[in-house]
Design a protein around this ligand. Structure first.
Ligand code: NCD
Length: 310
């Protein structure tokens, strides 16, 4: 299978087979990601990281992934220090960065920005989050984490909890889990429900997602609880945010209602959604999940660049 030259703007850009191909390559990357083995497979290749919005894990893990593969990185995370401040359009920025690099990662507050970048760039463009839109690389590392922890995805019961309206990670993950045959439960305040078009997409894939507001009821029989932050920066009205903040919190009291082997995931950053008392328990996999960003992004970079890693 070859993904050479492809863009990764949405998880819908990948077939089931392509998703599993990347997850298998990610497994191969693990010893390199941990620094146990070394490679220079991407020597001479340049990754450009364009972060118009804040990021810790996504940016640093893409950079680490590129370095672990022997490649180089250019980029910015403070767009006010670039010519965008002078009024340059995104299209012009992309055209130029395209000529400086071999592959581009972009995070931007506007939905559709990564698709626009992909239209203007010859090189592969990877969407690292476009507003409340999509976050396909997070989705792949989420799937990788579930596979590592549970050994399968098909038939698992997964609860997606929190801000399902503005959370881009759950938009991508809901689609992928439906595609791969998981059972979905969407748990959110009424005002932060999963967008209708994503529910419809899941249904078109044969899934029958349930929507609930009561977390305690929802977690009873699930294999995975995937918690998200309320996306404060996306709320047009701060009083709306204040009304829903703190709606859900995962603590040991709640987990008494869940299965013994339930895993708790979170794309991070967490604000108050998970009590730190969970961190040391067998349920907590969110820090491992963040580490898996390295092998998964190594797999993505090498696959889109068409380079095999020996
Ligand atoms: C997420 C994002 O940026 O969408 N973070 C991440 O990439 N790990 C989740 C969030 O910001 O809440």
């Amino acid at each position: 299978m070859s993904l050479k030259g492809k863009d990764l703007v949405s998880i819908r850009d990948l077939t089931k087979e392509e998703i599993f191909y990347i997850l298998e390559r990610a497994e191969d990357m693990l010893p390199y990601a941990k620094g146990e083995k070394r490679t220079t497979a991407l020597k001479g290749k340049i990754l450009a990281t364009l972060f118009f919005e804040p990021s810790t894990r996504t940016k640093l893990s893409f950079e680490t992934a590129m370095h672990r593969l022997g490649g180089d990185v250019i980029g910015f995370s403070e767009p006010t220090m670039t010519s965008i401040r002078k009024g340059e359009t995104l299209a012009d920025t992309i055209r130029v960065v395209d000529s400086y690099s071999d592959i581009i990662v972009i995070r931007h507050s506007l939905e559709g920005s990564a698709r626009l970048a992909a239209d203007f760039a010859e090189s592969p463009v990877i969407n690292a989050g476009d507003g409340a839109g999509r976050h396909p690389t997070q989705c792949l590392l989420d799937l990788f984490t579930i596979l590592k922890e549970k050994g399968r995805i098909e038939g698992l019961k997964v609860a997606l909890v929190g801000d399902l309206k503005y959370g881009r990670t759950v938009h991508s993950l809901a689609y992928a889990l439906a595609l791969l045959g998981a059972d979905l439960i969407f748990v959110s305040p009424e005002t932060l429900r999963m967008p209708k078009e994503i529910i419809r997409d899941c249904q078109d894939l044969g899934a029958e997602p349930k929507s609930l507001t009561n977390l305690e009821r929802a977690v009873r029989d699930v294999d995975v609880i995937y918690v998200t932050r309320i996306q404060k920066e996306r709320f047009p009205d701060p009083t709306e945010y204040n009304r829903v903040v703190g709606s859900y919190r995962i603590d040991s009291e709640l987990l008494q209602h869940a299965r013994d082997d339930v895993i708790v995931m979170h794309p991070l950053p967490r604000v108050n959604e998970i009590d730190p008392e969970i961190d040391g328990t067998r349920h907590a996999v969110y820090f491992k999940q963040a580490f898996y960003g390295i092998p998964v992004r190594m797999a993505i970079l090498s696959s889109l660049l068409g380079v095999s890693v020996e």
